[in-house]
Design a protein around this ligand. Structure first.
Ligand code: PLP
Length: 233
């Protein structure tokens, strides 16, 4: 199995090449190492080679692992968040990529008030329209943001989307291009208390296309840590 350091080297070369094709500076792109089903010891290896942002898709797994990683790193929630986990999520994560309903926004705001904190969030949009995906339909994103903007403890700072699964990364391009256009259009509205600084899209199979289409954050698991083993209990 190739090492995390080797994998990261390859990843960085490919990020630089994709950014170059799009006339972008690779330093604009944040890599979130997605650590679902990855043990704390391997996360520590990734810290040692310079990764500073990590993503989990389940609050419970994150709550167990985060205390085991003794490093000054940022944790991102990339998976769906249930309202009954909002309190824990506010405590654990510096950026939640999966804000997908007004009811979740209300609960997160309430939990932030109680903890006297604010939380950064991305609005998840379901650009592909697949029934199996969470996220706000693109045509409803504007109204959702206007609704969420009233919550003083929430800092919406961009969009997140997941492309349909495919073996061919080119299949993701239309989805990423639509997300980028939506992100730009929403940014032009200048909604108060809402920023459109970050665009989280692209995973191991399609991050190069995502970067070409404007991603500012990519979420990469297997390309850094290797194929996932079965779920950690
Ligand atoms: C698992 C996951 C990723 C990373 O997937 P890879 O294909 O392993 O890179 C990215 N985003 C989300 C939302 C995920 O659940």
């Amino acid at each position: 199995m190739s090492s995390i350091a080797d994998n990261l080297g390859i990843l960085q070369d490919r990020i630089a090449a994709a950014a170059g094709r799009a006339g972008r500076d690779p330093s604009e792109i944040t890599v979130v190492g997605v650590t679902k089903n990855v043990e704390a010891q391997r996360i520590a290896e990734a810290v040692a080679v310079g990764i500073r942002d990590f993503g989990e898709n389940r609050v419970q797994e994150a709550a167990k692992k985060i205390p085991l990683v003794e490093a000054d790193v940022s944790w991102h929630l990339v998976g769906h968040l249930q309202r009954n986990k909002a309190k824990q999520a506010v405590e654990l994560f510096s950026l939640i990529h999966s804000l997908d309903s007004a009811r979740l926004a209300e609960e997160l705001n309430r939990r932030c008030e109680m903890a006297d904190c604010v939380i950064d969030l991305l609005l998840q949009v379901n650009v592909s329209g697949e029934d199996t995906k969470f996220g706000i339909p693109p045509e409803m994103a504007r109204d959702a943001l206007l609704e969420m903007a009233k919550y003083e403890r929430l800092r919406v700072c961009g969009l997140m989307t997941i492309a349909p699964y495919s073996d061919d990364p080119e299949d993701a391009r239309p989805c990423f291009a639509r997300a980028r256009k939506l992100w730009e259009d929403l940014g032009k509205l200048s909604i108060s208390n809402v920023r459109m600084d970050e665009l989280s899209m692209g995973m191991s199979g399609d991050y190069e296309v995502a970067i070409e289409e404007g991603a500012t954050i990519i979420r990469v698991g297997t390309a850094i840590f290797g194929p996932r083993r079965r779920e950690l209990s």
